[in-house]
Design a protein around this ligand. Structure first.
Ligand code: CP
Ligand code: NVA
Length: 313
């Protein structure tokens, strides 16, 4: 078993803002070690006999499969719990659900709408709660993103990441992830679609400790200029399907395409959490092109989450 810090045992993972830079780095280091062990075929059953419940109130491909496989490879067991099939869907409270599930499970992962619901669950659950995406944040995704950037660039501190598009959950967690690791981040979104100001302010507080610069604005060229990493995400997130057509019109100048990435550094890498809409937020030429690392990024969900599970459960 690799050396792991004990201070994460029993904790929740609700937002990257809650982790210290050292804790975040410890997760990434363990993720790298677990990836290497898996590639070499070395067994790593650190969660033998442990069980994770996974509550989903929204769709998922990567999060569901990577958490389930993660528990299996760690020697534990994962249960898929569709929110619609739980009594939660018929009005049982989040608090009671958390209290009861804690009597069976060693950890709970939840994907839902309101961040406040995840916080409520964590308050009442006696076991660690892991945020598998809310409307506000997506911490597990950004752990995989940071692992991927470090693999391809050899470091995080001092790099510049450009996020072009909707100031959504992925953007918010990137703000925290960059600020905690000393990466500079520049966000460009249409007027009125930028990241929430309170998230930007908290990220700036985190950035003060690491020397990271946090910029937000409306100019995609400015954001992408000299970027080492270019990131985008869908223009309409889960729950915003009704706004899709209107958003396509507003966001079209924010497409990541060959013309825009001319302004990035020549060795830049492109990330997207997926699922992607080719021809909307990114062209096929970029996402399927030589600078794209999206498949490594998707794979790293598995390794990064194995690290989180090993440390928390
Ligand atoms: N990136 C991500 O979270 O994908 P899923 O919605 O498929 O889980
Ligand atoms: N912002 C997207 C991310 C999907 C993984 C959404 O919330 O739908």
């Amino acid at each position: 078993m690799p050396e792991v810090p004990e201070n994460l045992k029993g904790r929740d993972l609700l937002s990257l803002h809650d982790l210290s830079p050292e804790e975040l780095t410890a997760i990434l280091n363990l993720a790298d070690e677990l990836k290497e062990m898996q590639k070499k075929g070395e067994p790593h059953p650190y969660l033998q006999g442990k069980t994770l419940g996974m509550i989903f109130q929204k769709s998922s491909t990567r999060t569901r499969v990577s958490f389930e496989v993660a528990m299996y490879q760690l020697g534990g067991y994962a249960l898929f719990l569709s929110a619609g099939d739980l009594q939660l869907g018929r009005g049982e409270t989040i608090a009671d659900t958390g209290r009861v599930l804690s009597r069976y499970l060693d950890g709970i992962m939840i994907r839902t709408y309101a961040q406040a619901d995840v916080e409520e669950l964590a308050r009442h659950a006696a076991v660690p709660v892991i945020n598998g995406l809310t409307d506000l944040t997506h911490p597990c995704q950004i752990l995989a993103d940071l692992q991927t950037i470090r693999e391809h660039k050899g470091r995080l501190t001092g790099l510049k990441l450009a996020y072009v598009g909707d100031g959504n959950n992925v953007c918010h967690s990137l703000l925290f992830g960059c600020a905690k690791t000393g990466m500079h981040i520049s966000v460009a979104s249409p007027e009125g679609y930028g990241p929430q100001q309170r998230v930007v302010e908290l990220a700036r507080q985190d950035a003060a400790a690491t020397g990271s610069r946090v910029e937000t604005g409306v100019d995609p060229v400015r954001a992408v200029s000299n970027a080492d990493v270019v990131v985008t995400d869908v223009w309409a997130s889960m729950g915003q399907e009704a706004e899709q057509a209107e958003r396509v019109k507003i966001f079209t100048p924010y497409q990541v395409n060959a013309n825009l990435v001319r302004h990035a550094r020549p060795g830049f890498i492109f990330l997207h959490c997926l699922p992607a809409h080719r021809g909307e937020e990114v062209t096929a030429e970029i996402i399927d092109g030589p600078r794209s690392v999206v498949w490594d990024e998707a794979e790293n969900r598995l390794h990064a989450q194995k690290a989180v599970l090993t440390l928390l459960l």
